[in-house]
Ligand binder design. Structure first.
Ligand code: ZN
Length: 523
């Protein structure tokens, strides 16, 4: 009796890329055993138990033979559970419990011990890697729509290993008309990374933000120009509410950007993904987030929050509470729009063109500078230490600093309805289009040196004012550039071709909160 070799196409995820994997299963006579070779990581070794259990519980026999699975190409490190289904089918084919049809069919999915097919992260890039010579890709029912976004081969959804075995013959799986009662032991769907309540919650309208004209204006400028923004103020003044309006203020992504955002969301295991992500990302990780979760990494090079915020906004509430290392990790990506991750001798670059918007209290208790003064019990050194948690280099990347004072109840009921998100979003979209139409083709926050000077034609009076402001602040060249970039955006919002004195003055006002904060540091 000779052995049988079955070959099943599948794919694995590495970072944001899917990689084609040929799962070769050799079922040979000899002492029963089950070995996986071909640079499979330790997590993948656990697949043996899932595959064994799934085969038995799906009503097949786990063959008492010597089973060797080779994952090719052998020099590519494989992780994750996406190969489970292909390995199980390889064993069923190799032990002749299932016969293959004529069409090349690929399989992607994790198996439960009970034989259910579970969703895996990265279905979009993995299916995209399977286009060559594959007629059909079988995935879990939960990710059928996500898999179709990749284009290319036909997608078949299956709920169980038994249904997948039907699909291997090129047949559409027949559904059992009477659903079998299924006992589940806790653990349902795979959780999509750390719970991020803000991102999932409904997006409030800007009209819900009462008072806070300075902060509303600063947010409009920040989103129009892509500028870093820091909101400071005591708890309860609406910093978080204001930030939560951001998704409703950003223009939708074009086709190419939407596909890039969808691939990142897929690789990060976000779900469910049923259509291209048209809305610019808004990520709001909790301040307890780890370095790896912020930057990306882990065995399968999972994209971090800064990559998941690519082309959108990274909102850091309670900025001073984040780990120092986590905040420092933002510097390079903020400058370069990408992050380089080195792991196990492999270097990968992820996009990270996010805009930083942050909020923090003015002191540890949160009430410094607000009335009545007596509510804050923090002493000067404590306030200073608190402010210092946001380091100089990170401060340099924040163009707008906005204090949010307590709003009196009188001003909450005064005046009419504030402007809503639709009107403000329209102005932001126009200003961004104006900036992107310039020769540099970038948002104003990314203008540097010559490109910045070309973009900012100053009126005579404005040139004079810029010199005055620079001297008053003893601003470094860098400080002056930040001022100019924000003034350019303010002029764009006001439909002014040249940057005027008023634009510079307003930009300087949005720096004054930082100047006060820096003063606190110096004293
Ligand atoms: Zn305090």
């Amino acid at each position: 009796m000779r052995g049988v070799l079955a070959v099943v196409p599948s794919a694995t995820l590495l970072g944001l890329d899917g990689r084609f994997i040929r799962v070769e299963v050799d079922v040979a006579p000899g002492l029963p055993g089950f070995t996986i070779v071909g640079l499979a990581d330790t997590a993948l070794q656990e697949a043996r138990e899932r595959v064994r259990g799934a085969i038995r519980n799906a009503g097949f026999t786990f063959p008492p033979r010597r089973i060797t699975i080779n994952l090719a190409p052998a020099d590519l490190r494989k992780g994750g559970a996406s190969l489970d289904l292909a390995m199980a089918l390889g064993i069923l084919l190799g032990s002749e419990q299932v016969r293959a049809g004529s069409l090349p069919v690929a399989f992607l999915g994790e198996l439960s011990l009970g034989g259910d097919v579970r969703r895996v992260p990265g279905v979009v890039p993995m299916v995209a890697a399977l286009t060559a010579g594959i007629a059909r890709v079988v995935v879990g029912t939960a990710v059928v729509e996500e898999a179709r976004l990749a284009g290319g081969p036909a997608i078949v959804g299956v709920g169980t290993l038994a249904e997948a075995a039907e699909a291997v013959r090129g047949r559409r799986p027949r559904r059992n008309p009477v659903a079998m009662p299924r006992v589940t032991m806790g653990e349902g769907e795979v959780a999509a990374g750390p719970a991020i309540a803000l991102a999932e919650a409904a997006v409030p309208d800007l009209a819900e933000v009462r008072g806070q004209h300075g902060a509303r204006r600063a947010l409009e400028i920040a989103l129009a120009g892509g500028h870093g923004l820091l909101l400071t103020g005591p708890p309860g003044v609406g910093k978080t509410l204001l930030a939560r309006t951001i998704p409703g203020l950003l223009p939708p992504l074009d086709d190419r950007s939407a596909l890039a955002a969808t691939i990142i969301a897929s690789a990060a295991g976000e779900g469910p993904i049923r259509e291209l992500r048209r809305r610019a990302p808004f990520r709001a990780p909790h301040h307890t987030i780890s370095y790896a979760a912020m930057v990306g990494g882990g065995p399968n090079l999972t994209p971090g929050e800064i990559t998941r915020a690519d082309q959108g906004v990274l909102f850091l509430d309670e900025l001073a509470e984040f780990d120092r290392d986590v905040l420092e990790s933002l510097r390079q990506p903020l400058e370069e729009g990408r992050v380089v991750i080195a792991r196990a001798g492999r270097v990968t670059t992820f996009p990270a063109r996010f805009q930083l918007i942050a909020a923090m209290n003015p002191c540890p208790c949160g009430y410094a500078g607000s009335l009545p003064e007596s509510t804050c019990r923090c002493n000067a050194p404590a306030i200073e230490r608190y402010a210092r948690r946001v380091s100089g280099p990170l401060r340099d990347r924040i163009d707008l600093w906005v204090p949010m004072p307590r709003v009196s109840s009188a001003s909450l009921v005064a005046v009419g309805e504030p402007e809503g998100s639709v009107e403000v979003a329209a102005r932001i979209a126009v200003a961004r289009a104006v900036a992107l139409a310039r020769p540099a083709g970038v948002l104003n926050a990314r203008l540097r040196g010559r490109a910045l000077r070309h973009a900012c034609r100053l009126s005579g009076a404005a040139a004079h004012r810029l010199i005055g402001l620079a001297e008053a602040e003893a601003a470094s060249g860098r400080g002056t550039e930040r001022l100019l970039r924000v003034a350019r955006t303010i002029a764009d919002l006001g439909d002014r071709d040249a940057v005027e004195t008023e634009d510079l003055d307003e930009a300087a006002w949005f720096r004054s909160a930082e100047a006060r904060s820096a003063g606190a540091l110096a004293s």
